[in-house]
Design a protein around this ligand. Structure first.
Ligand code: CA
Length: 222
């Protein structure tokens, strides 16, 4: 089951897609404006986004551009009128993964949804993220450091999961805020710094480096 965000302003299409997704075992959320869709997409709580181009406020290309510039890597399938396929292919270079020309059969969309989910999801049996001797079990939500197991709060878990998905990469406070706390969180908040301190106490300060003026980086000190 995947959480799928459907950003589509035509009620008929939106209902058609949502119904099909639900009956295929997925959990759809539908919104009808670009701004609302962007807000949802940037929470990081979706496995995939189905995005219409023609929306009443900001168009789908702009939604996609803002998602990618905010660091979102959620796969996106664009819905477009058949006559606009050329424009859409240009949009794909803006960071979309695939497109569907309207009208389409639900099975065509579902095939693309499955493909995109497969290419991003870890294999079924992957339940541990690790970097060096730091591990995180996604089922038990326990971390281990050099074989010692460490209890994490829900936020600490989400923060460490985010770092482990991007080891050795600098993640900015804004990226961490939007992925772990959600889009609406006050960007002036120091909550990221506070939770990085908590995590350092549990996993070792030498694993979470401060990159001055940029953010934080998970590293393997061994
Ligand atoms: Ca539309």
């Amino acid at each position: 089951m995947a959480n799928i965000l459907v950003i589509e302003d035509e009620p008929g299409i939106s209902a058609f897609v949502a119904k099909g997704l639900r009956s295929s075992g997925h959990q759809p959320t539908t919104v009808s404006t670009g701004a609302e869709g962007l807000g949802h997409a940037l929470t990081g709580g979706y496995d995939l986004v189905v995005l219409d181009i023609g929306l009443p406020d900001i168009d789908g290309f702009e939604v996609l551009r803002r998602m990618r510039s905010a660091g979102s890597r959620t796969p996106v399938i664009i819905l477009t009128a058949r006559a606009s396929v050329d424009d859409t292919v240009a949009g794909l270079e803006g960071g979309a993964d695939d497109y569907m020309a309207k009208p389409f059969r639900f099975e065509e969309l579902l095939a693309r949804v499955r493909l995109r989910l497969r290419s991003t999801a870890p294999a079924e049996d992957t339940v541990t993220l690790s970097h060096g001797d730091l591990g995180l079990d996604l089922r038990t939500r326990q971390a281990s450091v050099g074989g010692r197991s460490v209890e994490l709060s829900a936020r600490e878990f989400a923060l460490l999961e985010t770092f482990l998905a991007h080891p050795e990469q600098v993640l900015s406070r804004e990226q961490l805020l939007s992925r772990v706390w959600g889009y609406d969180f006050d960007p002036g908040s120091n909550v990221v710094d506070v939770y990085v301190r908590y995590l350092r106490r549990k996993i070792g300060a030498d694993r979470l480096l401060t990159v001055r003026g940029m953010g934080y980086r998970l590293t393997d000190p061994s």
